[in-house]
Design a protein around this ligand. Structure first.
Ligand SMILES: [Zn+2]
Length: 414
C-alpha cells in the first residue's frame, strides 16, 4: 500500500492523501488552503475509485468539485457532511468570484459531485474494489469522521478529531481496529487546551461585563456557531442574540441531522429564539441598541463581522471575543497581535476590547498522545499541523513508535 501526500503536509489546509493498493486508488480529502493565500493540493495522477471526505470544512473538502471536472469517483461521506459541504462550496465559488474574479470550479461541478455521492453511516463496513472501509465518529463537527481503510495493509486517518464532549457533540470512546498505519492530524500537537469549564466561565463573565453593550462573536459557520449558541443558552444568558451570515443556513442543516448532535431539542429551542439578521438596516439597529452577535467569518477575513467592526471600532461598551483558531496571516490573527484590522480593502485601528478564548474542536496535545497510544499502530504519519516534524520526532521518542512527517509530493510505502 502506497500513500501519496498531495497536500496538508507541514501545514493546515489543502488536505489530500492518495492511497494506492493494487488496482484500487482512493483519495482521502481534497481540500483548499484559504489563509492567507489560496493554495491547492497536487492533482492525483491516477484514476480515483473512491473519494472520502472526513468533514465539511473547506481545508478538507474545498477542492473536491475540481476532481469531478476530470474524473467520476464515488464520493463517500456522511449525509450531514455532504449537505454542509454544498453550503460551503457554493460560498467558495461566490467569494472566489468576488475576490479573484474566478473559481476553480462551478456549480455544475458540484452537481456532478452530488450525483456520485454514496451516503455512509458510522461503523458500517463497505467495499471499494478490494478495499474495505469504515467511518468512525470523530466528534469534531456534526457528521465528521475518521476513515479506516483496509487492504494489503490497514490505515486509519483521524481527520480533524476531538476527544471531549461539547455542548453540540457527544464524545464516545471508539474501539478502533488494529491498524498498520495511523495518519493523524497535528493541529494542537504543541499546545494543551485550557480547562474548558474555566475558559467558559471567563467567556461568560466577559459577556456579562458588557451586558448593556455590544458583544461581537466572530465564528466559523459550521460547528462553532451552534456550540456558542448552546453555551450562551446553557449559561442562562437572557439577552437578545443575533445570528448573522452563513451560520444561519449551517444551523438549519445541523438541526436537520439531529442524530449527529447531542442537544438537538435545546438547539431547536435556541434557534427559535435567536434573531436572524439579513440586512444592513438590521445590523445598524443592533449597533445602536447592543446585543450579542454571532456571525461569520471566524477568522475575520470576510462576512458581516467586517461590517460590524468597521462601524464599532471606536464605540465604547463594545467587545470582540474571538473563539476559534486564527491562521497566521489572517485579519483575526493580526487583530490579536496588533489591534489593527487589515484586509485587501480596509486597514483601521480597533479601539474596543479584544479577547481570545479557546473552545477548540480539536484534540489537545495530551489527547493526541493518548489517542496514538490507544490505537498503538506500527507507524504514525503526522499531517495537518504547523510543526508536524517535531510531533513525529516526539512520538518516536516518547511512544517508541516509528513516526514521520512527509512533505507535499512525497510517497510512503507501508
Ligand atoms: Zn475541521
Amino acid at each position: 500500500m502506497i500513500i501519496e501526500f498531495l497536500g496538508g503536509c507541514e501545514e493546515i489546509g489543502r488536505e489530500a492523501f492518495l492511497v494506492k493498493d493494487g488496482n484500487t486508488n482512493v483519495l482521502l480529502e481534497y481540500g483548499v488552503e484559504l489563509q492567507p493565500n489560496i493554495k491547492l493540493p497536487l492533482l492525483p495522477a491516477v484514476k480515483i475509485d473512491g473519494l472520502f471526505v472526513s468533514h465539511a470544512h473547506l481545508d478538507h473538502s474545498g477542492m473536491v468539485p475540481l476532481i469531478y471536472k476530470f474524473q467520476n469517483p464515488t464520493l463517500y461521506a456522511t449525509p450531514a457532511t455532504l449537505d454542509l459541504m454544498n453550503l460551503l462550496l457554493e460560498d467558495y465559488i461566490k467569494v472566489a468570484g468576488l475576490t479573484r474574479g474566478f473559481s476553480e470550479y462551478q456549480k455544475y461541478d458540484i452537481a456532478k459531485m452530488n450525483k456520485h455521492f454514496k451516503s455512509c453511516s458510522y461503523n458500517q463496513k463497505f467495499k471499494i474494489g478490494k478495499l474495505t472501509a469504515k467511518l468512525f465518529d470523530a466528534s469534531h463537527i456534526p457528521g465528521s469522521a475518521s476513515i479506516y481503510i483496509s487492504g494489503s495493509k490497514s490505515i486509519l486517518y483521524t481527520g480533524d478529531i476531538n476527544a471531549i464532549s461539547t455542548y453540540l457533540l457527544d464524545y464516545k470512546e471508539i474501539n478502533y481496529p488494529k491498524i498498520d498505519c495511523l495518519i493523524t492530524e497535528s493541529t494542537y500537537s504543541e499546545r494543551e487546551h485550557p480547562n474548558r469549564k474555566t475558559e467558559e466561565k471567563r467567556f461568560i463573565d466577559k459577556i456579562t461585563e458588557y451586558e448593556n453593550g455590544l458583544v461581537l462573536l466572530p465564528t466559523f459557520a459550521v460547528g462553532r456557531a451552534q456550540e456558542l449558541l448552546l453555551m450562551l443558552y446553557s449559561n442562562g444568558i437572557k439577552r437578545e442574540i443575533y445570528l448573522d451570515g452563513m451560520a444561519q443556513k449551517a444551523s438549519d442543516i445541523i438541526l436537520y441531522y439531529k442524530k449527529y448532535i447531542k442537544n438537538s431539542d435545546i438547539l431547536k429551542k435556541v434557534l427559535k429564539k435567536v434573531n436572524f439578521i439579513r440586512t444592513k438596516k438590521q445590523r445598524d439597529k443592533i449597533i445602536k441598541n447592543g446585543g450579542i452577535v454571532v456571525t461569520t467569518s471566524g477568522m475575520l477575513n470576510g462576512g458581516p463581522i467586517v461590517y460590524y467592526l468597521k462601524k464599532v471600532r471606536n464605540v465604547k461598551n463594545t467587545c470582540l471575543l474571538i473563539t476559534g483558531y486564527q491562521a497566521p496571516g489572517t485579519p483575526g490573527e493580526k487583530i490579536l497581535k496588533t489591534r489593527y484590522f487589515e484586509n485587501e480593502e480596509n486597514k483601521f485601528k480597533v479601539n474596543i476590547e479584544v479577547q481570545k478564548f479557546d473552545f477548540s474542536g480539536h484534540a489537545g496535545r495530551k489527547e493526541l498522545f493518548n489517542l496514538i497510544k490507544k490505537i498503538s499502530p506500527k507507524k504514525v504519519i503526522c499531517v495537518h499541523g504547523d510543526n508536524t516534524k517535531k510531533f513525529a520526532m516526539e512520538i518516536t521518542k516518547k511512544l517508541k513508535i516509528e513516526a514521520s512527517a512527509p512533505k507535499i509530493g512525497e510517497s510512503i510505502e507501508i
